[in-house]
Design a protein around this ligand. Structure first.
Ligand code: FES
Ligand SMILES: [Fe+2]
Length: 395
């Protein structure tokens, strides 16, 4: 029974209101099509430019579902490039993790590459007949940056630039001072869940009252908004946005009261006023916490007052996903700000662990095949939007 006007579904009627099939979350065949039509064709977030800050820096982004491994480098000319992380000799995996080195050296037979991808050293080269070094550089992958975010594209010739792909969304949130912030902490887990199940938990606030009741009992869900209704949703092509409000009557804990004297935290009421970039709180919520942007297909960008999170979801298989969250803030100017960031880090860790446990429970339920449909509320609009966007591409 419908008890109130569906505020958001009425605004986005093309998304519909009916139940949606669960099969795309458990079907290996569907997953194979997502790999071919989404992950092999769209711009994918790889790292921040400050992960490859200096000439010689490299960062490896593994994409096990493709499968592919990509190494992002910065060369002497300052340019950021990406390559398949595969030695041209006999195909060994070249680099691991991240680091800085004048040369990337293959650990199998010692071929060496410069950060611009060129092959610069072949041990015992006389033993090769007709080897043309100039044709044996690392195989390049398209890489472009937006606001310090490095994206890669596995198509040989991407159909659209990163700028065109981000479109109006990229322009809308380009005044946020990403470059003034540095990574405070990174959380990463390999989860027994589908990548959509993992992302869906962040697309709604409905779960907050239940999943996060021990960690943030009333800072978002409470007072006049017991179910943490989100004050704002928007859809920008394949991308989407929402905002999370805060409960103005939330009683801060003693620790929270202490740390918020120094800096904003991930649960505090956001100050979208003086000194904050104009892009924040686009819905003009009275009690605003932060904004979330879902950059298709697998990046979640959370923009708060003087901090942001980047959440990347990397599928491994239909029921395994890597979820990596990085929390960024301005470099602390004093011990108080440092402690405040530590408070946010610990709280974020607790919250993400609750989400991690939850999305595995959901996947195990879906895998049983006991239910064939999801029933989504008006507040789960972005779950529906993601579903439709993906389904339109793969069906
Ligand atoms: S596979 Fe890299 S040097 Fe042989
Ligand atoms: Fe959550």
């Amino acid at each position: 029974m419908q008890t109130e006007t569906l505020r958001w579904a009425d605004r986005f009627p093309e998304l519909g209101t009916g139940p949606l099939p669960t099969a795309p979350y458990t079907s290996s065949d569907y997953f194979a099509r997502e790999r071919g039509r989404i992950f092999s064709r769209h711009w994918l977030y790889a790292c921040r430019t400050d992960d490859v800050e200096e000439p010689g820096s490299y960062f490896v982004r593994d994409l096990p579902h493709i499968p592919a491994s990509i190494v992002i480098t910065r060369a002497e000319d300052g340019r950021i490039r990406a390559f398949h992380n595969v030695c041209r000799h006999r195909g060994n995996r070249l680099a691991d993790g991240q680091g800085r080195s004048r040369r990337l050296t293959c650990n199998y037979h010692g071929w060496t590459y410069a950060p611009d991808g060129s092959l610069v050293g072949v041990p015992d080269e006389d033993q090769f007949v007709g080897l043309d070094r100039s044709k044996c550089g690392l195989r390049p992958v398209a890489a472009e940056t937006w606001q310090g975010f490095v994206f890669i594209n596995l198509q040989d010739a991407p159909k659209e630039s990163l700028e065109d792909f981000l479109g109006p969304l990229g322009r809308r949130i380009s005044d946020f001072p990403y470059g003034d912030m540095q990574r405070v902490v990174r959380f990463r887990a390999e989860l027994a869940t589908n990548w959509k199940t993992a992302m869906d938990i962040g697309r709604e606030g409905y779960h907050i009252r239940f999943v996060h009741r021990a960690t943030v009992p009333d800072s978002h869900a409470g007072g006049d908004n017991p179910y943490a209704h989100l004050p704002y949703f928007d859809i920008i092509g394949p991308h989407a946005a929402n905002s999370l409000g805060v409960n103005p009557n939330h009683e801060p804990s003693p620790a929270e009261s202490f740390v918020t004297r120094f800096a904003s935290t991930v649960i505090q009421r956001g100050d979208a006023g003086a000194g904050q970039p104009a892009c924040l709180n686009p819905g003009g919520a009275e009690f605003w916490g932060f904004d979330a942007y879902f950059i298709f297909p697998n990046l979640g960008l959370i923009l708060g007052p003087n901090w942001f999170n980047a959440d990347v979801f990397i599928p491994i298989s239909v029921d395994r996903t890597i979820w990596e969250q990085s929390f960024y803030a301005r470099p602390p100017r004093n011990a108080g700000e440092r402690i405040s960031q530590e408070f946010s880090s610990v709280l974020s860790r607790d919250l993400i662990r609750e989400d991690w446990a939850q999305v595995e429970r959901v996947q195990s339920g879906l895998a049983s095949g006991a239910i064939g449909e999801f029933h989504l509320s008006d507040q789960e609009l972005l779950v529906r939007h993601a579903y439709r966007t993906i389904d339109n591409l793969v069906s």
